[in-house]
Design a protein around this ligand. Structure first.
Ligand SMILES: Nc1ncnc2c1ncn2[C@@H]1O[C@H](COP(=O)(O)OP(=O)(O)OP(=O)(O)O)[C@@H](O)[C@H]1O
Ligand SMILES: [Mg+2]
Length: 507
């Protein structure tokens, strides 16, 4: 009977101080399947998986049955030994190590005299990459890799253990369409060897694309497990949110005003080439393109993270020099970066402090901290973004991945910038909160603010932008009006002139 399932987790509960993360969960996974876990931010998905790999211990009373046998998983070494590996939601590479060292960390091949064989490590790594068609140099230092490449290394590492169960916690949050397709091909291949993949994602399309079964979590409880074939988008959203979500992209009609930002011939090394565009009050300007097209670099240059080499930036009719972020902030710009987890979070500070940080000058006139106003402002944000935290005093590092992101979005919304630049605004955010963030963007635009939104999610670009700037190879390859913006048109521009696209991705 039980060999129907590769894995059974029974009666799993987990309590953190002040938080019931999981309550009596029963999860069953069949061999050779892709099993998606979905649910709102903070629903308990990552916690359940951390219990499975032995990183956390469940509250007493839980049972884990693997291949028909009851097992104990006291630590991650035990988990790995049982054939369970995981790609974590938070990337954790050692920056000074090489790619190969990172992959074989703790299990380095040994040559004669017990020495680590570097040569062997590099060649094993090269073999692994060849087999999975990954184009990264095993000898490169981790810190020289892009976020997307780092993610590919983590993926390669997780599958290199020949595990029976491979857990992927939002593996595609940092990679673009082409790499997503690559990963999905890898998953199909793994599946055919009998391994099961537990796949956590907030992206609907992916779920329907690759999963065989879907389990929905809400508030620490398992709501339902269903074959993917019995689900559709609306049904899934209703299960996750517990109500029907009427509007996926609440874009409001806003009167577009005068030009507030004018960028002319912006240039920076080989990453930003001759970029020009205008941004108007009330406008949401989407930036589309493939990974490495230069979208993030344009934002960084406008914000003074790295100064431009040439070109002109005009804000409200005045030419401004932006050499450092302070110049940008003074000019009324705010930037919410894409790698929020790496740069934005002050882990040991409270949710409140993390939220108010950037807006502090406004809330402390004459050096007097206006505590009551701060409390109101933070509580408003907490409500608006449906932030899941026991209190504003909680350390932000104890929040789920998606909820940490919501706090950082609040941080910049509270500064009330004239021009808000957001890189991947809803990456890793659940559907309900996603539409709340879109609603907030619309509301900001309505008050005359201007928004630049870099996004790799086509539905988001098409749903929220008044115009779409498409980039390819550091250059603007086209600017498309909302009325003419289709997925085909944008992909055409994003892949550049014919014949200049990357290596063919034959399935
Ligand atoms: N180490 C911890 N200490 C305290 N609370 C924690 C800890 N880890 C998780 N939690 C809490 O447990 C709950 C479940 O979190 P979990 O990370 O499992 O959510 P999730 O479903 O993975 O969400 P997301 O989609 O945002 O990643 C949340 O309320 C979170 O704040
Ligand atoms: Mg999580």
């Amino acid at each position: 009977m039980s060999d129907e399932f590769l894995l059974q987790m029974q009666d799993v509960s987990k309590t953190f101080p002040g938080v019931r993360a999981l309550a009596g969960v029963n999860l069953e996974v069949r061999p050779g399947t892709v099993h998606a876990l979905m649910g709102e931010n903070g629903a308990g998905k990552s916690t359940l998986m951390k219990i499975l790999i032995g990183m956390y211990q469940a509250d007493p009373g839980a049972t884990i049955i693997l291949g028909g046998e009851k097992v104990d998983i006291p630590d991650t070494a035990a988990g790995l030994g049982l054939g369970i590996s995981m790609i974590h939601q938070e990337l954790s590479p050692v920056p000074e190590m090489t790619v190969a060292e990172n992959i074989f960390l703790g299990r380095e091949p040994v040559a004669r005299f017990g020495l680590v064989s570097r040569k062997q490590m590099v060649s094993s790594c090269r073999e692994l990459f060849q087999r999975w068609e990954i184009d990264i140099d095993p000898r490169a230092r981790m810190r020289t890799l892009s976020i997307a490449q780092t993610q590919m290394v983590e993926i390669a590492k997780a599958i290199s253990f020949d595990s029976r169960i491979i857990i992927m916690d939002e593996p595609t949050s940092a990679i673009t369409e082409r790499e997503v397709e690559h990963l999905h091909r890898m998953i199909r291949q793994l599946k055919s060897t009998g391994a099961s993949i537990i796949y956590i994602t907030h992206k609907m399309d992916e779920v329907f694309n690759i999963s065989d079964y879907v389990t929905v979590f809400r508030d620490g409880q398992l709501v339902k497990t269903l074959p993917a074939s019995e689900l559709d988008r609306d049904k899934l959203i209703t299960l996750m949110v517990g109500r029907e979500l009427t509007e996926m992209f609440p874009k409001e009609f806003v009167e577009i005003g005068e030009v507030v930002l004018s960028v002319r011939n912006l240039h920076r090394g080989s990453v930003v080439k001759d970029v020009s565009f205008d941004l108007r009050r009330g406008e949401i300007l989407g930036f589309a393109g493939l990974m490495g097209a230069g979208r993030t670099e344009v934002l960084e240059t406008l914000f003074g993270v790295v100064a431009a080499e040439s070109g002109e930036i005009v804000v409200d009719g005045k030419s401004v020099r932006i050499r450092q972020p302070k110049d940008a902030i003074d000019a009324g710009l705010a930037l919410l970066t894409e790698d929020r987890k790496l740069t934005g979070i002050m882990g040991v500070l409270s949710v409140r402090d993390n939220m108010i940080m950037a807006a502090l000058p406004r809330y402390s006139p004459g050096g007097m901290l206006q505590k009551a106003l701060i409390e109101d402002a933070c509580q408003d944000q907490r409500k608006a973004l449906a932030l899941k935290t026991p209190s504003l005093n909680q350390h932000i590092q104890n929040l789920s991945g998606g909820n940490q992101q919501k706090v950082l979005i609040s941080r910049w919304l509270l500064t009330l910038p004239e021009i808000l630049m957001i890189d991947e605004p809803t990456r890793g955010i659940d559907v309900g909160a996603k539409s709340e963030i879109h609603r907030l963007m619309s509301a900001l635009a309505k008050t005359g603010k201007a928004i630049i939104m870099v996004s790799s999610e086509m539905p988001e670009v098409l749903g929220m932008s008044d115009r779409v700037v498409v980039m390819h190879d550091g250059k603007v390859s086209g600017i498309v009006d909302r009325a003419d913006a289709t997925q085909e048109r944008i992909m055409q521009l994003a892949t550049g002139p014919a014949g200049v696209t990357g290596p063919a991705d034959a399935a």
